[in-house]
Ligand binder design. Structure first.
Ligand SMILES: [Zn+2]
Length: 270
């Protein structure tokens, strides 16, 4: 596929139906809007819904304005979508063969419809194309044009090996999109998987993307600040989730101050 054709393909992402374009999604959006008339309004770049977003509540925290009630996109999905849109404007994005690691259904559906050569991979999940370990991929060098692994590396002990493998299976100039949750300024490694943080083996900090720079030719980082406030790609936290860890001393990491956090999408070029 030519660069121009791929650019056009990517720019059409918003017109396909990840979720929420159908009757049910629209009805959910309308119902939520009607019940939340006074709330702040946003604009979902995935499904074009305009109105208030849902809060996301789990055991650790309440995240305000997290989820689109029509298509169910969360902050990171919207940010990743907007970053993909920026990349699509550039002729150098010629991705045709895509490896999507630990595929979230939300983005998998969109990518599957976009790429003839879409392949999914996971260590455990059923129904993927490849059951593989990112630290030791069974693929030849330079097989892929794009590797997408969102919120994966914080689960892998030897993440540097995984980054090297991702680089190896990319063609020169191919890109890897590797977002992780940023928990503070400095990355903190845990001795064992942290069950209170979905089994993460580290809390990545702002310095984490240096690990990509050690291996890749170039790393560009998109952030919430690059896109309009109306798309709501920030993380709002009440509660303890971004505080120090563990709950009692000795703490392994510092508490992150504030209630609104910027999210990031690092794009590494091989
Ligand atoms: Zn939406």
């Amino acid at each position: 596929m030519s660069p121009t054709a791929m650019s056009t393909e990517l720019s059409k992402l918003k017109f396909i139906d990840p979720r929420g374009r159908g009757f049910g999604g629209k009805l959910n959006g309308l119902k939520f809007k009607a019940k939340n008339l006074g709330r702040e309004r946003f604009h979902c770049p995935w499904c074009e819904y305009k109105g208030p977003f849902r809060d996301h509540v789990d055991a650790n925290a309440r995240r305000e304005h997290a989820q689109c009630p029509r298509c169910l996109s969360k902050e990171r999905h919207r940010l990743q979508f907007l970053a993909l849109g920026e990349l699509a404007k550039r002729p150098r994005v010629t991705s045709d063969r895509v490896l999507h690691c630990a595929p979230e259904p939300f983005l998998a559906r969109a990518l599957r419809q976009q790429y003839t050569n879409y392949e999914s991979a996971d260590l455990y999940a059923q129904g993927v194309d490849h059951r593989v370990d990112l630290r030791d991929l069974p693929f030849e060098d330079a097989r892929y044009d794009l590797v997408f692994a969102s919120h994966v590396l914080e689960h892998i002990d030897d993440d540097r090996a995984a980054v090297r493998e991702i680089h190896r299976v990319l063609r020169p100039g191919g890109i890897a999109i590797l977002p992780v949750p940023i928990m503070g300024e400095v990355t903190v490694e845990y001795d064992e998987p942290n069950d209170d943080e979905a089994g993460h083996v580290r809390a990545p900090g702002v310095d984490y993307f240096e690990r990509y720079r050690d291996v890749f030719a170039e790393v560009e980082v998109f952030s919430s600040e690059d896109f309009g406030e109306e798309h709501q790609t920030y993380l709002y936290f009440e509660g303890e989730w971004r505080s120090h860890w563990p709950p009692r001393p000795p703490f392994l990491r510092d508490a992150a101050g504030g209630t609104r956090f910027t999210d990031f999408v690092p794009v590494a070029t091989a």
